[in-house]
Design a protein around this ligand. Structure first.
Ligand code: SGN
Ligand code: CA
Length: 520
């Protein structure tokens, strides 16, 4: 026992010594903490400004923007959870990484190349904690603990390599504690680390935590100007979706206005223990009584639903914001902050009533754009705002370059390292390619692909319809008018078509390929 103990102590001390030495010499490679929430709209982050910023501030998430860069045009390649996660792991578009959609999808092929594997090979400690949503077990992580599927808000189950177990508490708080616990171990390991901290919140059905139940219940939020959009001047895809606040959003399962409590099981609200339930009921029962006594209908009902939606959604975000604060505080207290890059993002964007919608999937800005904030002490200039077209597909290459690891040539994004250092390369992308596949399916958003420049967007709904749309964000920032058939756009339309063709060629995508994966 004794010699072994001494030997381990010596090795430990040597490792610590090396670690401290290299840190002093500035040679220790930076740590990376990638925080991803689920369905967190940039409109609901106060650092982004916007109409909600004073009523529902996110002071902790804003700290990352204050100390680093706020990216104002981070576009996703396929606006839905599993596919976004697969893109971030692989640096490849969905048609190459094999994960096209959430529904009817084979589990993610975890044997393929991913950035965590490459970091692990290069000597990083790697961990993945929270919502994973890719069907197969995580690979490339020294430690992982994930939620099954979408996970539950209250008393959730977790999966580890040992199997499943349930924990008492609120999912955002549990994930935070697990991450900080892992960081404590990682700190002492002498190795640089990369942590993926993936929140479930604020995903539908937006169940606020015990500490935020009353936070916004009496607040009235401003309505977006397009809450009552009638989709005129656009096509069939916008008309036939199933994601409106008016029709799709459910009074009971979504807005918690339960009359039939047996429906609680559909959203996991039946998981609350008696004391959690008593607290829940003390907040929601008066809201329920008032609502059913009021007999709202028509536009007034939509207005009411919008308010209830935001009250719960933003309360979920308040817990995420607190979680970010706890992680940032821990980094500061432990001294890790000096050499840790912190990234905050969401799997994709989300509609907060714009076009009358919730959910995502479309190539309109609110769901196509995801929030992205990055701070790297000593590298990112505090308070920078960046408007370049960056993408979630750029993240893995960025992480590899931060770690000084060679980027494989088959990754399809581009490292943002020069942007983090303050200089956008002259040949940075001027257009971005998108392809969404999940149809028929939840919310019935038709399959489409397209491209976006800073000003224009060209979209093709190609599956059971054949409709093109063209938007001019400069003339029409709310994206309310399809200009595709307008003669004054004929020249730009031709140019955009060419550029889209080029992009498809570059990334190896085509309609034929899409049809071969998902036949009609
Ligand atoms: C669930 C939600 C949908 C949501 C998808 C995908 N319905 O099916 O509203 O679009 O997840 O979301 S629910 O009633 O079960 O909440 S994603 O973020 O995981 O892609
Ligand atoms: Ca999502």
């Amino acid at each position: 026992m004794q010699p072994d103990f001494k030997l381990t102590t010596l090795i430990g001390m040597a490792a610590l010594c090396c670690h401290q030495l290299s840190a002093q010499n500035g040679q220790q490679r930076p740590n990376i903490i990638y925080i991803m929430s689920d369905d967190h709209a940039y409109q609901a982050i106060s650092a982004y400004g916007g109409a909600l910023k004073d009523l529902a501030a996110t002071p902790n998430i804003d700290r990352i923007a204050r100390e680093g860069i706020r990216f104002d045009r981070c576009l996703v390649t396929n606006s839905i959870s599993g596919p976004c996660r697969a893109v971030i792991l692989t640096g490849k578009y969905s048609h190459l990484n094999g994960f096209l959609r959430n529904e009817g999808q084979k589990p993610f092929d975890g044997s393929q190349q991913t950035f965590p594997k490459l970091l692990q090979k290069a000597g990083y400690s790697t961990a993945m904690i929270g919502k994973w949503h890719l069907g197969s077990d995580p690979t490339g992580f020294d430690h992982w603990e994930i939620l099954p599927g979408q996970g539950s808000y209250y008393n959730p189950e977790f999966i580890t390599s040992q199997g499943r177990h349930t924990e008492k508490g609120y999912v955002t708080e549990l994930i935070t504690d697990k991450c900080i616990e892992w960081l404590e171990d990682a700190k002492d390991s002498g190795k640089p680390f990369m942590l993926m901290m993936h929140h479930k919140a604020p995903h539908r059905d937006w169940q606020p935590g015990p500490n935020e139940l009353t936070l916004y219940k009496d607040i009235t939020f401003p309505e977006p100007p397009t809450l009552f959009d009638d989709y005129s001047n656009r096509g069939k895809a916008e008309l036939t979706q199933d994601m409106t606040i008016s029709k799709t959003m459910r009074l009971e399962e979504d807005l918690k206005l339960y009359r039939d409590r047996s429906k609680m099981k559909n959203t996991g609200l039946n998981r609350l223990d008696p004391s959690q339930m008593a607290e829940w009921d003390s907040v929601y029962n008066p809201i329920i009584r008032k609502f059913y006594a009021s007999d709202l209908s028509g536009d007034e009902l939509v207005r009411f639903k919008y308010q209830r939606y935001l009250q719960d959604y933003l309360a979920c975000i308040a817990a995420v914001d607190k979680s970010v604060g706890e992680v940032l505080d821990y980094l500061k207290e432990s001294g890790l902050d000096k050499n840790t890059v912190v990234i905050y993002s969401s799997d994709q964007g989300f509609y907060l009533g714009e076009h009358g919608w919730f959910d995502k999937r479309f190539m309109f800005e609110e769901s196509y754009r995801t929030p992205l904030l990055i701070s790297w002490p000593g590298v990112t200039k505090p308070g920078t705002v960046n408007e370049d077209i960056v993408s979630n597909i750029d993240l893995p290459e960025t992480f590899l370059e931060i770690a000084g690891v060679e980027v494989p040539s088959d990754m399809q994004g581009r490292s943002m390292l020069p942007i983090l250092k303050g200089k956008t390369p002259g040949n940075w992308r001027k257009e971005h390619y998108y392809h969404y596949y999940e149809y028929p399916g939840s919310h019935m958003v038709k399959r489409h692909y397209g491209m976006s420049t800073q000003r224009y967007k060209l979209i093709h709904y190609y599956y059971d319809i054949d409709e093109w749309e063209l938007y001019d964000r400069q003339a029409d920032p709310l994206e309310m008018k399809n200009m595709y058939d307008d003669p004054s756009y004929a020249r730009i339309k031709k140019k955009l078509h060419k550029r889209l063709e080029k992009l498809m060629l570059k990334y190896g995508d085509s309609e034929e390929l899409a049809r071969s994966f998902l036949p009609n």
